[in-house]
Design a protein around this ligand. Structure first.
Ligand code: PEP
Ligand code: MN
Length: 414
């Protein structure tokens, strides 16, 4: 089933269904949300507002959560240095540190396990910071409880596995742990919501959702495609669950972290989890994306924090224009990704001595898009003109990599 929705919407924006392909999952989603809403209303399941259980960040306005710490607890000295710096600079009251690291490839650093929990317990005693640790099994949860961890989080690779999420939900049942749930790696809203539901049903009401971007086939600037629209749909579906953003894992590069953090705040998220390391370039994991505590302090002070806009009070025209701006932004990003693919095709054509302009392929592209456009009430003339420009630019970037300055002009004239 195809499930691809472009465009981002503020909670409460009425036009979410207009550009959402109508029959896909919307009714299903609404039914589920209604059912959950009833359970929340009847008290069968509930979530506490985050202010009731999380300390607010001294570095940000009081309506935001800020969590920070190193990707991995590497050595006791490293995590102590990070924690003391974050505490003394008043960046956060919650220290994150990876103790068990899920690695894509075998052979990497997989975390120090229980040994690191001992360090964290000492550091908590020294700094007063609360501890947040990623867990993937019931055994991890048991160990965290033993060493006084306050909050556990389910990582992106684990959220996608309902067996593991259920195992964790059973392990946290009856405890006072806060639980944070990252979105799954794949852009599947149901899996994310399903994981939250399992925790609700286990009686956990101290919950936070974390948006950390998704793996998609599209190449973007980022390590993980943010797909902001999916995060906002999560928000619309589970409005009572605080949603924070993890710009570090979306960005993948420290230079991109500030822009992603700002966008998350602009979209009304409740806070940020950002990785910080005393010496990021020599970090054992995620070296390219971690910030020094100083850089993080600077980032937090440069962010334009603002309260979530009240969509009911916003002027309708402003709201619609803001929605258009978000779509346009996404449109330009998609065009940039398309041109990157065109460059790769250019390289391929060059290596294989293929013609730059391939009329059969161009005809196929145009026909497919015209058919799609017709279904979505876009005129053929519009699609033709739009794609004429797109195709011209695509040929231009291909001819650049092929070292063949615009020969398509002559070829097309034939
Ligand atoms: C992390 O927070 O260090 C981590 C492994 O994140 P994710 O699960 O988002 O990849
Ligand atoms: Mn990391």
């Amino acid at each position: 089933m195809e499930y691809k929705i472009y465009g981002v919407y503020c909670e409460g924006e009425k036009n979410i269904d207009l550009t959402t392909r109508p029959h896909i999952r919307v009714e299903e989603s609404q039914a589920l949300a209604q059912e959950l809403g009833k359970k929340v209303a009847s008290g069968e399941v509930h979530a506490k507002p985050w202010q009731a259980w999380l300390p607010s960040a001294p570095s940000a306005p009081s309506e935001y959560i800020v969590i920070s710490g190193p990707c991995s607890a590497e050595t006791e000295a490293q995590v102590r240095q990070a924690a003391h710096a974050l505490a003394s600079k008043n960046i956060t009251k919650i220290l994150r540190a990876g103790v068990w690291k899920p690695r894509t490839r075998a052979g990497g650093f997989e975390g120090n396990g229980v040994k690191a929990l001992e360090w964290l317990a000492n550091i908590k005693a020294e700094t007063g910071l609360q501890l947040a640790v990623e867990v993937a099994t019931a055994e991890h949860v048991e160990a965290c409880l033993k060493y006084g961890v306050d909050i556990v989080w389910i990582g992106a690779r684990t959220t996608g596995n309902p067996f593991s999420v259920q195992e964790i939900a059973d392990a946290v049942r009856g405890t006072t742990l806060g639980v944070m749930v990252k979105n799954p790696i794949s852009p599947d809203l149901e899996l994310w919501i399903g994981a939250i539901e399992r925790l609700y049903f286990a009686g956990i009401d101290k919950l936070v959702a974390i948006h950390r971007g998704f793996s998609t086939h599209e190449k973007t600037l980022y390590r993980n495609n943010p797909l902001w629209n999916l995060a906002l749909q999560f928000r619309a579906r589970l409005a009572h669950v605080p949603l924070i953003c993890d710009p570090s894992h979306i960005a993948g590069k420290r230079e991109l972290v500030p822009a992603v953090a700002q966008k998350a705040i602009d979209l009304g998220m409740n806070g940020l989890m950002i990785e910080a390391h005393p010496c990021p370039t020599s970090a054992w994991t995620d070296a390219a994306q971690q910030l020094t505590p100083d850089a993080l302090a600077e980032l937090l002070s440069s962010l334009k924090w603002k309260p979530k806009p009240d969509s009911h009070e916003q002027d309708t025209l402003d709201r619609l224009r803001a929605a258009i701006d978000r779509l346009d932004e996404e449109f330009v990003e998609i065009m940039a990704a398309r041109m990157n693919l065109a460059r790769e095709i250019g390289m391929f054509k060059k290596l294989n001595r293929l013609e730059l302009y391939q009329p059969a392929r161009w005809k196929e592209v145009l026909e497919k898009r015209k058919a799609q456009g017709t279904k979505l009430s876009l005129s053929e003339a519009f699609i033709e003109q739009l794609y004429e420009y797109v195709h011209q630019e695509s040929l231009r970037v291909q001819s650049e990599v092929m070292g063949d300055p615009m020969p398509h002009q002559q070829k097309r004239a034939k």
